[in-house]
Each structure stands twice: as C-alpha cells, then as structure tokens.
Design a protein around this ligand. Structure first.
Ligand code: SAH
Length: 237
C-alpha cells in the first residue's frame, strides 16, 4: 500500500513539474507577443496567433532555451542565427498571407520561421544551404507535426522552379541584390520580403510587389542579417 502511495506521489509531482514547464513557456510567449510584438505595432491576427502558438524554444539549442523568448536573435550553430521574434513577426505580417497561399522561404536555419509561416499559409517550401541545418530542421519540423512544410538542402538563389509561382517569398539571409530567379518565381500580385545590402553592414528590408507591368520596391526597415551565401561548386555545374 505504501509503495503505491509513493508511486502515486512520484507521478503526481512529475506531472505538476512538466505541466508547470509547459505553462511557463506559454506564459513567456504571451509576454513576448504583448511586449515585443504588439507593442511595436504588429496587429495581423494570424501572425500574432502563429507567434503565440509556435514553440520557439524547440527551435533553439539546449543551452539557448532560457533565452528563447528574449528580445534578440540567438545562435543556432554553424555560425547562423534565428531572428529576433519581432523581426520574424514583422516579415510575416508584411507578406499579407492568406490561408490559400503557397510560400517560398530561403534560409530555413532552425525551421522556426517556416513553422510560423506554415500556421498561416497553405504550404511552405523552404531551402537551406547548410546541409546539417537542412537535415536538423527537416527532422524537427516533422517531429513537431508541421506537415505543410517541405525542406530542401541547396542554394536558394535559384528558387524552387518546380513549385513556382509563389504567392509570397521570404528571404531570411542578407543578400547583396535581389536574385532574379526569385523575382521570376513570384506570382503576379505577389509579395516578397528580403534583406538587401552590403555584407557586414546594416541592410534594408525590402518589400517587393510584383504588379502587371512593374515591380515596386520599398525599403521598410533597416536590419542586420547573416549573409546570403552561394554554393560555388554547385553553381558552376
Ligand atoms: N529563418 C531562419 C533563420 C535564418 S538565418 C530561422 O527561422 O531560424 C539564415 C539562413 O540562411 C542560414 O541558415 C544560412 O545558412 C541560410 N542561407 C544563406 N545563404 C543561403 C542560400 N543561398 N540558400 C539557402 N539558404 C541560405
């Protein structure tokens, strides 16, 4: 009898702790959305809801989990970073996504931004140039049940012609100029958001709108981003 009581108490305590852990991550997300995102003017309901629901702590390395909901970018290994929550929300809102949209992301990294996009759009195609990151984000997204995200390892410069055209394109690595193949793969009426500027400097987040006879570009925010790199071997072939 005593043994049963001990076992019962053990599981009760275990349960309380794990529930507490989850609540605290959710609580941290609520605070993050309110104080970092809504406070800075993000008001697109689907973006706010995605930021509230995607468990950002799952996408950062173990030793960074305590900082997962801090107001800054974090290292994710391979010299790369996961963007600050506000930047993720800002770029997402700027695309004006709809449930029916097909989105292309360049720079999967941890997979976090792809997960946020997948909560709002119909499908997300995302390309990562670092093989280790492509593999780990693919596995993680699968484990967490993000069924409408497809990850591919490769150089995103050439986009994903087989799945084009896209309603929206998001580039999450800083490019020196806008890759022409990405412009070509954007649907008429589509929107692209991309950080552009010289490496090791402040870049501009540019919103590109593809209209019938013209392409409209607007600088929407100065930002810092890890560089958009090219796979020289692959591109030569
Ligand atoms: N969106 C990511 C963060 C991106 S960091 C997240 O939510 O975690 C930028 C990523 O772009 C890095 O992982 C980097 O390896 C990748 N990258 C850089 N150049 C690229 C290219 N040409 N094609 C695909 N990915 C690229």
């Amino acid at each position: 009898m005593e043994k049963r009581v001990t076992i019962f108490l053990f599981f009760l305590i275990l349960n309380v702790f794990s529930v507490k852990g989850q609540v605290s991550y959710l609580e941290q997300r609520k605070v993050m959305v309110k104080s970092q995102i809504q406070a800075r003017g993000i008001n697109h309901p689907a973006t706010l809801s995605a930021m509230l629901n995607v468990p950002r702590h799952e996408f950062v390395p173990k030793d960074q989990k305590v900082f997962a909901y801090s107001d800054r970018p974090l290292p994710i290994g391979q010299g790369q970073t996961i963007s600050q929550p506000y930047i993720v929300a800002f770029m997402t809102q700027t695309l004006r996504l709809k449930r029916s949209h097909r989105v292309l992301e360049i720079g999967t990294g941890s997979g976090y931004q792809a997960a946020v996009l997948s909560k709002i759009a119909d499908s997300v195609y995302t390309i990562e140039i670092v093989e280790e990151l492509a593999l780990s984000s693919k596995n993680l997204l699968q484990k967490l049940g993000y069924k409408n995200v497809v990850v591919r390892w490769g150089d995103g410069y050439n986009g994903w012609p087989e799945k084009a055209p896209f309603d929206a394109i998001m580039v999450t690595a800083g490019a020196e100029s806008i890759p022409q193949p990405l412009l070509d793969q954007l649907k008429l009426g589509g929107r692209m958001i991309i950080p552009v500027g010289p490496h090791n400097a402040i870049r501009q987040l540019i919103l590109v709108e593809k209209k019938k006879n013209k392409i409209i570009k607007k600088n929407v925010m100065p930002v810092r981003f890890v560089p958009f790199t090219r796979d020289e071997k692959k591109n030569k072939g």
